[in-house]
Design a protein around this ligand. Structure first.
Ligand code: ADE
Length: 235
């Protein structure tokens, strides 16, 4: 089953952009996923193809029109795919949600621009607002690229023998252990002895301990969220 992405945007030329390269690009060419864009401007009103208007109640910026966006959305055969609105107001994207999306039929992604989108179209078309982090981008396009990149790398065959979805799901809420490769000494710094000892059990234990140490130091919030099975003993 091909993962189908349809992106609604005022800037269709931004796609596939970086997703046309590297692993995602090869998978796109190979047909492991598909990408269509819909130019919201095509559904704009009048000779100027107007897509935005001044905010009711006043204030700065412009608001994307509900009628225009609804017509753009209605032009897409959704076919069971979730309709997402990229927005800093959305629920934060997690690896868990990425795994769910990647195991489904794909997604319809709406990219907002201007100060926002008329609230009524969000309700009327049941758009799920998704944020990629607590900062504000100039539009949803880069957020859509981020979400799609995270999904596509999980599709069967895209990443070769690198981490399966299950492994990622298990290791989620734990930061990655440090990696090393040759040369053995770089600017006076050696590769930790355990990693060149050939003892696979000790290597695994060291990596686990390092992952937990880094998570404790940098992201203690992640440790709180881990399942009891995955948690280190708390003493
Ligand atoms: N659009 C603007 N900022 C965004 C963010 N942080 N996440 C998703 N979409 C956005």
């Amino acid at each position: 089953m091909t993962f189908r992405a349809t992106v609604l945007t005022l800037f269709p030329d931004m796609f596939p952009g970086p997703l046309g390269m590297s692993l995602a690009g090869k998978a796109l060419t190979a047909g492991a996923w598909s990408l269509d864009t819909v130019d919201i401007r095509d559904f704009g009103i009048g000779v100027h193809r107007q897509v935005d208007d001044t905010p009711a109640g006043g204030g700065p910026g412009m608001v994307m029109k509900a009628d225009v966006l609804a017509r753009a959305i209605d032009s897409v055969a959704t076919a069971g795919r979730p309709r997402l609105l990229m927005s800093p107001r959305g629920r934060p994207l997690t690896q868990q949600r990425v795994i769910e999306l990647a195991s489904g039929p794909g997604a319809v992604l709406v990219c907002g621009r201007f100060e926002g989108v008329d609230e009524r179209v969000i309700e009327a078309r049941s758009l799920e607002e998704v944020s990629i982090g607590d900062y504000v981008l100039s539009g949803g396009e880069i957020a859509a690229l981020v979400l799609l990149d995270a999904c596509v790398r999980l599709l069967p065959g895209v990443m070769g023998k690198t981490a399966s979805a299950e492994e990622e799901s298990f290791s989620q809420n734990l930061l990655e252990y440090p990696h090393y490769t040759r040369p053995q000494i770089f600017e006076g710094r050696s590769i930790p002895d355990i990693l060149v000892s050939g003892d696979h059990g000790k290597v695994a234990a060291w990596r686990r301990a390092e992952a937990e140490r880094l998570t404790r130091e940098r992201r203690p919030d992640l440790l709180e969220r881990r399942s009891p099975r995955a948690s280190p003993s708390k003493n």
